[in-house]
Design a protein around this ligand. Structure first.
Ligand code: CO8
Length: 261
């Protein structure tokens, strides 16, 4: 099912599983991987059969160990800025896909890998996971959204600690600070992600899309405007066939059959 060199793509029962597949380099994000990530998420956005995405890394050692340091080492300032902006756009596409993306963090999620995980809608880590933003050890700073998404997820104080020390934290500690939603034994990672995906798939697709829009956009607004956005999207949801079906099914004591309309 995969037409990519560094990405495996599978689709089953409404779940697309995207696996970054460069295990000998701990799935580091080189230009080719970034290009393929961009392409696969464009394809997923247009594929109405896909309801939820699970994003993970190949092997037992790494989700993604960061941007490819070999490529970073030779960048000029202009190339660095352009590559950073382009990578941010790819991660923004993942964050604003309109379908939930579950990051299944199966090992190292460092630098660009932690930033990729944070662009996912929710994150589940295995107990062996190690997360961090070690860019300062290389004389750079995060360039794929780490300085922005990390404080939004864990708060300014902890984010600054992680960004300034470059320390790695365990999956369990990532759970304790809210960087990941769950931590599970390695063998349970994909089953847990699939179970969460199925719970989301059971719900109305347009409602899921509006919830994500309200949260993502609302968090960038003053609360009063966020509440107004929520009310507007709520009103819009009342025009959908799925709203009629969802409420009717409850009243008729039967499971709802949503169509995404
Ligand atoms: N880039 C390129 N190659 C990598 C990377 C990476 N980020 N991480 C690991 N590799 C390679 C290693 O070089 C090695 O290759 P080879 O076998 O050919 O020598 C292979 O993967 C296996 O790695 P190790 O032998 O190092 O495995 P260990 O188990 O000893 O160590 C670590 C695992 C601790 C994860 C270690 O590999 C490591 O520290 N990796 C680098 C982690 C890091 O610093 N990540 C941040 C990178 S910077 C970044 O992500 C910036 C993002 C924003 C960019 C914005 C603009 C472009």
């Amino acid at each position: 099912m995969s037409n990519y060199e560094n990405i495996l793509f599978e689709k089953k029962n409404g779940i697309a599983t995207v696996t970054i597949n460069r295990p000998t380099k701990l799935n580091a994000l080189n230009r080719m991987v970034m290009r393929e990530l961009d392409a696969v998420f464009t394809r997923i956005a247009e594929d109405s059969e896909v309801r939820v995405v699970i994003l993970t890394g190949a092997g037992e050692k790494a989700f993604v160990a960061g941007a490819d340091i070999g490529e970073l080492a030779t960048q000029t300032p202009t190339e660095g800025k352009e590559f950073s902006l382009w990578g941010q756009a790819v991660f923004n596409k993942i964050e604003n896909l309109g379908k939930p993306v579950i990051g299944a963090i199966n090992g190292y999620a460092l630098g660009g890998g932690c930033e990729l995980a944070m662009a996912c809608t929710v994150r589940i880590a295995s107990e062996n996971a190690r997360l961090g933003q070690p860019e300062v050890k290389l004389g750079i700073l995060p360039g794929y959204g780490g300085t922005q998404r990390l404080p939004r997820l864990v708060g300014k104080g902890l984010a600054l600690q992680l960004l300034l020390t470059g320390e790695q934290i365990s999956g369990t500690d990532a759970f304790l600070i809210g960087l990941v939603n769950k931590v599970v034994p390695f063998a349970e990672l994909m089953p847990t992600a699939e179970k969460m995906a199925q719970a989301m798939i059971a719900n109305a697709p347009v409602a899921l899309k509006f919830v994500m829009e309200a949260v993502h956009r609302g968090m960038e607004m003053p609360q009063a405007e966020g509440l107004f956005l929520e009310a507007t999207l709520f009103g819009l949801s009342c025009t959908t066939e799925d709203m009629k079906e969802g409420t009717q099914a409850f009243l008729e004591k039967r499971p709802a059959q949503f169509k995404g309309r």
